[in-house]
Design a protein around this ligand. Structure first.
Ligand code: ATP
Length: 461
């Protein structure tokens, strides 16, 4: 599916808007409209439910976007590179992109530039600014002593709350802390709609395990997360697991498997599952020398707390390993919209656009349509039906009082409403309604009495 069709539907039907459009838009920031935020919340709430309700040993957290700047020093984010860099995939040389080519950086086609060392053309990566963090200042004056960063990942908020959470909830390794929240990265080459954003949302689980059990748990989470995306409506054949090669691993990772999805612009990462070893807690702990940390951590003189657990094998104290499934919520929305969008021919040169979202994710669950606009008896009954379906609290149910059934069907197909219920004169006499299925367009007449059950079954499907 072409990205333009999705962008256009998103704007027309209130899923996603370009930020600050009335001022010409704002780079790589998008706003979610009424239907988009509902879809996004449906996805994130499911993730939250699956993590924190279906696993007794996973608990939730909501930490601040702004954190003590020492966090980002210890985590390695501040000390990483500060310039936009390009890599040569051939000879592994690395250059500052603005030194290599002095033109407007956004306009350069890096595939046409030659590597000065090995002379190969077409092997330079797009520039990445290694320090992607946005800076701000805390307090009334701007100076170097009060810098704060907008978090580039939610994970660090979990590490700094690790011990407080463990004690409060009396948790024993293995256990996990889940968090959903905004993250910010000053991406140099943002593109592809909501795929690469400067402000985005992550759904991250940090799962703490004993060293030695880490590889087993890594495999477990890769499989589990792949299955989860399939359950949300992405066919397994459109997802691939990619073992990130050593040279592509983040500074904290021993192994990362990316779940790749066939986005409209190509196959790219939807979620990454990293084995972050004891790097993070090891970086943030006090008394680092006491715990035989395996990762190469920088010295930490600032932490006030030991972040170790007692080993089940020898009773010694050690830093847990971390397995991190980290998913991009915006990328999830894009992938699911892309899977759901279909154009179908209806014969007679007519066609329809249908968004075949899994019903549990659809932003509107049902539309109730009286056959005649403003007919008191029909509209009255339609309202009653709406209220009875609303009372199930399965999602948004709307009344369409325009009298044009065909148009209503088309509009609700386009936004993915799984059920349309028509109220006609037979509904008054025989207490029946016509229920139409979005995907098959099949219509069935059923007793009003049975509607709640049929509706519930459809939505939970
Ligand atoms: P990429 O290689 O695509 O830049 P990454 O490896 O830097 O991604 P991670 O640091 O592993 O990404 O972040 C975890 C998840 O957060 C990613 O799988 C992705 O879904 C999401 N994510 C990361 N950066 C962005 C972004 N700029 N816009 C939207 N989502 C993002």
């Amino acid at each position: 599916m072409s990205i333009e069709k999705i962008v256009s539907l998103c704007k027309r039907r209130g899923f996603v808007f370009q930020s600050s459009e009335i001022y010409g838009g704002f780079g790589a920031i998008y706003d979610y409209g009424p239907l988009g935020i509902t879809l996004k919340k449906n996805i994130s709430q499911l993730w939250w439910r699956d993590m924190t309700q279906l696993h007794e040993n996973i608990v939730g957290l909501d930490s601040g976007i702004l954190m003590h700047p020492k966090t980002w020093e210890a985590s390695g984010h501040v000390n990483a590179f500060n310039d936009p860099l390009v890599d040569c995939k051939e000879c592994k040389s690395r250059y500052r992109s603005d030194e290599l080519v002095e033109e407007d950086q956004e306009k350069i086609d890096w595939t046409t530039i030659q590597c000065p060392r090995c002379g190969t053309k077409g092997k330079l990566t797009e520039p990445r600014q290694f320090n992607l963090m946005f800076k701000t200042n805390i307090g009334p004056v701007e100076d170097d002593n009060n810098i704060a960063y907008l978090r580039p990942e939610t994970a660090q908020g979990i590490y700094v709350n690790y011990l407080l959470t463990q004690n409060a909830m009396r948790l024993k390794v293995p256990f996990g802390i889940a968090q959903i929240g905004k993250a910010f990265r000053n991406e140099i080459t943002p593109r592809n709609f909501i795929f690469r954003l400067r402000e985005f949302e992550q759904m991250e689980l940090e799962f703490f395990v004993q060293k030695g059990d880490d590889e087993k748990w890594h495999d477990y989470w890769v499989e589990k997360r792949l299955k989860w995306w399939v359950e949300q409506g992405i066919p397994e054949k459109r997802l691939k697991l990619f073992d990130v090669p050593k040279e592509g691993l983040s500074h904290y990772s021993k192994k990362t498997v990316d779940i790749m999805y066939a986005f409209p612009h190509g196959e790219e990462e939807l979620e990454g599952i990293a084995n972050r070893t004891d790097f993070d807690l090891g970086s943030h702990t006090k008394n680092q020398g006491d715990f035989g940390i395996s990762a190469a951590v920088a010295e930490n003189k600032d932490s006030t707390t030991k972040l170790a657990v007692q080993s089940k094998n020898d009773g010694g104290w050690q830093i847990p390993y971390v397995i991190e499934p980290s998913a991009g919520l915006d990328r999830g929305v894009l992938a699911l919209l892309n899977e759901a969008y279909k154009k179908e021919s209806l014969g007679d040169n007519k066609e329809r656009v249908v968004l075949s979202l899994a019903p549990h994710l659809s932003p509107i669950k049902a539309a109730i349509i009286p056959l005649k606009k403003n007919n008191e008896a029909l509209v009255g009954l339609a309202k009653e039906i709406k209220l009875s379906l609303q009372s199930l609290r399965l999602g948004r149910v709307v009344l369409e009082n325009s009298g044009n059934i065909g148009k209503n069907y088309r509009r609700h197909d386009e936004v993915g409403t799984p059920v349309c219920v028509t109220v006609d004169f037979e509904s008054l006499d025989k207490k029946t309604v016509t229920i139409r299925d979005r995907d098959t367009m099949e219509q069935k007449t059923i007793p009003i009495e049975g509607l709640k059950e049929v509706f519930t079954e459809t939505i939970k499907k």
